[in-house]
Design a binder for this molecule. Structure first.
Ligand SMILES: N[C@@H](CCC(=O)N[C@@H](CS)C(=O)NCC(=O)O)C(=O)O
Length: 367
């Protein structure tokens, strides 16, 4: 190939961890460039309708945004060693894990990063030099601080507020223990090949939990199997490994899927209710706000409240599109598997057809 892909990303960034590991595992010829302010706020915005990272520019000059879309597109172009399993239950499990890593873990990552001041100097340094390379340090610090304030402004909408911090803290330690037990038995979530589910989960576990100093020391380094998985994801043996045979889901992930069905499914249902209510008097085709009304759902032993993010319905729609494309016998296997967690109602959610517009979603016109 003449020109490599360009991966505009940061090590600080949640979703860049996901796309970086993907490009490396798939051995896709690419160069990574630290995204600067101009590319983030002007060029990406113009080409992808959002000031966002990561962004991938193809050798043909197309700008791709949203890691799920990036992976879907590149899987078609680089079909060797797919990160989406071919068998039905593993396939749906992998997409669910991707959704969980991408969206459910966001408040956890925002809590670890922004509620522990020890992490701030690294953010200020990396964000400043990333946004304004070659500029004097005081200007880098100024823009880095602005970026930090913008991120902190998301905390209340995500539910990262003082009364809920003990719930997030308990949930996180407990779930990391479960993941540690899993990675003690298997190199990746579904075997010895990373799936799209591993890629989703790497988002929070690389930058925010695994690299920021507080959470690295307190949460990840003490769990050596999780630590080793994060490192393995970042230095994969390209195109190697296989998913477990026989469409197996490892028993060590049972508690993870049980939690997903008990916690994330009610969150999705809440988002759907809020989205339907909003769409009742919202123009078709016009992107919805990124956060709608507050929803409440279980988190571990407690309850959690946050603004409803309609974007996640686009990810659920993508997962359900896959489910509906399966032969009836395979759909039945997926239903039976989810029924084991009381989660089969996920498969019958009636989501209004949505189109993604950068970081937002809009209702598609009905045909
Ligand atoms: N769902 C998207 C989200 C990308 C995203 O949220 N990126 C963050 C940085 S890791 C960002 O640029 N956020 C800007 C914002 O939230 O306004 C993906 O999978 O790529």
């Amino acid at each position: 190939m003449s020109k490599p892909f360009v991966h505009y990303a940061w090590h600080l960034s949640y979703f860049s961890g996901k796309s970086r590991a993907y490009l490396r595992y798939k051995d896709i010829p690419h160069v990574e460039k630290v995204i600067d302010y101009y590319t983030f706020a002007i060029r990406a915005k113009k080409r992808t309708q959002a000031a966002v990272m990561p962004v991938i520019v193809t050798p043909e000059g197309e700008w791709l945004q949203d890691t799920s879309h990036i992976i879907d597109r590149l899987e078609q172009r680089f079909p060797e060693s797919p990160v989406v399993p071919a068998t039905p239950v593993q396939r749906m499990a992998a997409y669910l894990l991707e959704l969980w890593g991408d969206e459910w873990w966001l408040p956890v990552a925002m809590w670890t990063r922004w509620c522990h001041p020890e992490n701030y100097p690294l953010f200020l340094h990396d964000a400043g030099t990333g946004l304004l390379p070659y500029f004097p340090r005081f200007l880098q610090n100024r823009l880095g601080a602005t970026a930090a304030n913008q991120m902190r402004a998301h905390l209340p909408g995500l539910g990262v507020v003082a009364p809920q911090l003990p719930t997030i803290d308990r949930w996180t330690r407990d779930m990391l223990d479960r993941l540690d037990a899993h990675f003690a038995t298997l190199p990746f979530l579904l075997g010895d090949r990373p799936s799209i589910g591993d890629l989703g989960l790497l988002g929070p576990l690389y930058a925010h939990l695994g690299r920021d100093p507080w959470s690295k020391r307190e949460l990840i380094d003490p769990r050596r199997h999780v630590r080793a998985w994060v490192d393995r994801m970042n230095q994969p043996r390209p195109l190697s490994g296989a998913f477990l045979p026989g469409d197996q889901i490892p028993a060590t992930l049972q508690p993870v899927f049980a939690a997903m069905c008990r916690e994330m499914l009610p969150m999705i249902e809440g988002v759907l209710r809020e989205t339907r209510a909003k769409l009742a008097d919202w123009p078709v085709g016009k992107p919805l706000p990124r956060g709608l009304g507050e929803i409440e759902f279980p988190m571990g032993e407690g309850r959690y409240r946050r603004a409803a993010p309609p974007y996640i319905l686009w990810m659920v729609q993508r997962l359900l599109d896959t489910y509906r494309s399966l032969p009836a016998g395979d759909q039945a296997k997926v239903r039976a598997w989810l029924a084991g967690f009381d989660g089969e109602r996920l498969l019958t959610l009636e989501i209004p057809r949505l189109r993604r517009v950068g970081l937002r979603v809009a209702a598609e016109p009905t045909a």
